[in-house]
Design a binder for this molecule. Structure first.
Ligand code: NMX
Ligand code: MLT
Length: 436
């Protein structure tokens, strides 16, 4: 039976032949046009990237290799007695483009378990930072410190490998990184919030449950939340800030540690992954101001209007590409209805969902008034006692490794070149339109 790596190589060879044929036959076919506004407005709608792992429909949301989130929740392998998908299975799907068997998911868990050793100097590097450092900064420092382990960087520096070998070393680094990230993330959590009382891994558990265990949450229902969380945050096609950054930096043949850590710096921005902490912060401020409890719809509306009048965004709402309620929000809502329907904070998140969209719609400029993934995640974590909201983006980052590193394997397997789009000046554009 072939190994995961052999299977990937076979798939990659097939795909490379398919891309070559497509390029030969249709390389000059136009697939879009660009307006001047798009150049100034974040390249929205401009097709400029190929990402094989997932594709987003503005109304239906994300599909991973053609499978929607509800389908994945049904069809991916589960832990014994569990109902939520194992992220191991999602990684297999994104990497190979086919659904895994239960055994495939178990094999992935075991492979990550074997690869999960984190060298001591990584912990030393994190320990050198003051405790007040944001967990996302600690996370990227930890990843950067671990770059010493890059098989790709070592092989490249040895001068003994050529372009046809890059995928192999990228694959090794990707698998090692994914295996080690939960340990680093949990170390940061326990160091910053639990007095450095670290918890050793339990490799009898799957990847997400072991992560939960190392964080200090040994509850079957929290394990389930982590499996779902790690699955739904894993990928959102290629143009989002974190995925695009990993792809861009990787295109310079910076190794997967350098590329992934760069992507995590993008995820740490409040308009991207940091929004999950901003949501809870905003809700807590609302509750504090209104004396706690579950505010009425009128009180929420007044708070929303005030936030907007201060020139701030409503965190967790809106999206650059989606135009409907994020199916990742709905998956979390569904989880909450099953496991914690009476939780006050969760009920507040649901009430905010009733109040915010019409207000944003009224502004007339917000293209998507609906909630995104970040509007719900914090309330679920809070329920289980994980209240340290500055840590939430690290959880997002661990999950995002699955998609962006599977994609990086594809980038190198397809031999994609260094990314270097053309930029122009405003003067250039003024001259261009004059010439029209
Ligand atoms: N609250 C208030 N105003 C908003 C919001 C919001 N939630 N969303 C968009 N707008 C404003 C936006 O700031 C812009 O205003 P202006 O023209 O004055 O600059 C206008 O509406 C048009 O923006 P859009 O084209 O609708 O959104 P864009 O594609 O530029 O940005 C986001 C997308 C996600 C950055 C934006 O919706 C936002 O800031 N949302 C809140 C932060 C958030 O939840 N981010 C998480 C996204 C998911 N993730 O995990 O990455
Ligand atoms: C993501 O998951 O990356 C976010 O929803 C942002 C995006 O897709 O642009």
């Amino acid at each position: 039976m072939s190994t995961l790596k052999e299977k990937f190589k076979a798939k990659a060879d097939e795909q490379a032949a398919r891309v070559k044929k497509l390029m030969q036959e249709y390389g000059h076919t136009k697939i879009g046009e660009i307006t001047l506004s798009q150049v100034y407005q974040g390249m929205r709608g401009v097709i400029g990237l190929v990402t094989e792992t997932s594709l987003l429909d503005p109304n239906e949301g994300i599909r991973f290799r053609g499978y929607s989130i509800p389908q994945l929740r049904k069809q991916l392998p589960k832990a014994p007695g569990g109902n939520e998908p194992l992220p191991e299975g999602l990684f297999y799907l994104m990497l190979l483009g086919e659904l895994p068997t239960e055994q495939d998911a178990v094999d992935m868990s075991n492979a990550w378990g074997r690869r999960s050793h984190v060298p001591n100097h990584v912990f030393d590097a994190i320990d050198a930072l003051p405790l007040s450092t944001h967990p996302m900064t600690m996370f990227t420092v930890g990843i950067m410190a671990m770059q010493t382990e890059s098989r790709f960087a070592k092989a490249y520096a040895s001068g003994k490998i050529g372009k046809a070998d890059y995928w192999d070393y990228t694959f090794e680094d990707a698998m090692n990184l994914i295996a080690r990230l939960p340990r680093i993330a949990a170390y940061i959590y326990r160091r910053k919030y639990k007095g450095g009382d670290n918890i050793q891994p339990d490799h009898s558990l799957d990847w997400a449950a072991n992560f939960a265990h190392m964080l200090g949450y040994d509850d079957e229902s929290f394990y389930e939340l982590m499996r779902l969380y790690m699955t739904i945050h894993a990928d959102h096609e290629g143009g989002n800030v974190s995925a695009h950054t990993v792809h861009l930096v990787g295109s310079a043949l910076s190794d997967p540690y350098l590329a992934f850590s760069a992507g995590m710096n993008g995820l740490a921005g409040p308009l991207h992954g940091l929004a999950n902490q901003e949501v809870i912060k905003w809700i807590k401020n609302m509750q504090q101001e209104l004396g706690g409890g579950l505010p009425s719809k009128e009180q929420i509306a007044a708070f929303v209007h005030r936030t907007l009048s201060e020139g701030k965004v409503i965190p967790g709402y809106g999206h650059a590409v989606l135009r409907q309620t994020d199916p990742r929000f709905l998956a979390q809502m569904d989880f909450a209805k099953k496991h914690l329907p009476d939780d006050e904070l969760v009920n507040l998140v649901w009430r905010i969902y009733e109040v915010v969209p019409p207000i944003l719609q009224e502004l007339g400029k917000v293209k998507n008034p609906w909630p995104n993934v970040d509007a719900h995640s914090g309330a679920l974590l809070e329920h289980y006692g994980l209240v340290e909201y500055e840590f939430y983006t690290v959880l997002f980052g661990v999950s995002r490794s699955l998609g962006v590193l599977a994609s990086l394997c594809w980038d190198r397997a397809l031999g994609l070149p260094i990314e270097r789009p053309k930029s122009v000046t405003t003067e250039w554009l003024e001259q261009f339109v004059k010439g029209q």
